[in-house]
Write a protein that binds this ligand. Structure first.
Ligand code: NI
Length: 198
């Protein structure tokens, strides 16, 4: 998910548009990401049990695609891989965080709504209510256990990406009226896209 402009969406094209090379990389990265309607995005992903060089290469590739797409988080199913793996980076200077087989161990009763977008649903943002604090158990790229306690944007990104591992999208997490409106925007965006492509 999640960009800086909308705080919690995946992409911000406006800044990139000033730099044609960066914009080309952004579009190339986006073209690798599965879109709304792809069955892999509605499926529950499978736990990872091999912590080998192939996994580490895949993590590096996910980090690169996420960065080039101006995302703050990316889950493996978004690249068509049914694996319980996600990466995120909550600020330009922040390190890439990798969570393998993450389990949400605890979340706060304290919730807040915020507009979220998703690299798999470009052009759509909807308000999503989520717990402000979470504690997550996971493994890292070497299979070592890690515990992450997060709040605010980081907590939101983690929850958004874990949702992807369970086949849940932001449209499933928003109110009915918001979803209707978003679906309309999505159809319009697809029509515009088809017209431009024609
Ligand atoms: Ni997403």
């Amino acid at each position: 998910m999640a960009d800086e402009r909308e705080v919690a969406s995946d992409g911000d094209g406006e800044e990139a548009a000033h730099d044609p090379e960066r914009e080309a990389r952004r579009l190339a990265a986006l073209s690798l990401i599965r879109r709304y309607g792809d069955p892999v995005l509605k499926s529950r992903a499978t736990p990872i049990d091999r912590f080998d060089e192939a996994l580490r290469q895949q993590i590096a590739r996910m980090g690169q695609i996420m960065d080039e797409a101006n995302g703050v988080g990316l889950a493996a199913p978004q690249l068509g891989l049914s694996q319980r793996l996600l990466v995120y980076r909550v600020g330009p200077e922040a390190p890439l965080t990798v969570l393998v087989n993450p389990e949400l161990e605890w979340s706060s009763d304290d919730e807040e709504p915020l507009d979220e977008g998703c690299l798999s649903i470009p052009g759509v943002t909807v308000p999503v209510e989520r717990p402000v604090y979470v504690r997550v158990r996971a493994l890292d790229e070497s299979g070592e256990r890690r515990l992450v306690e997060a709040s605010g944007l980081e907590a939101r990104v983690i929850q958004h990406e874990i949702d992807h591992l369970d086949g849940v999208l932001i449209l499933d997490r928003t109110a009915k009226d918001e979803r209707k409106q978003a679906m309309r925007a999505l159809r319009e965006a697809e029509r515009d896209h088809a017209e431009r492509a024609a």
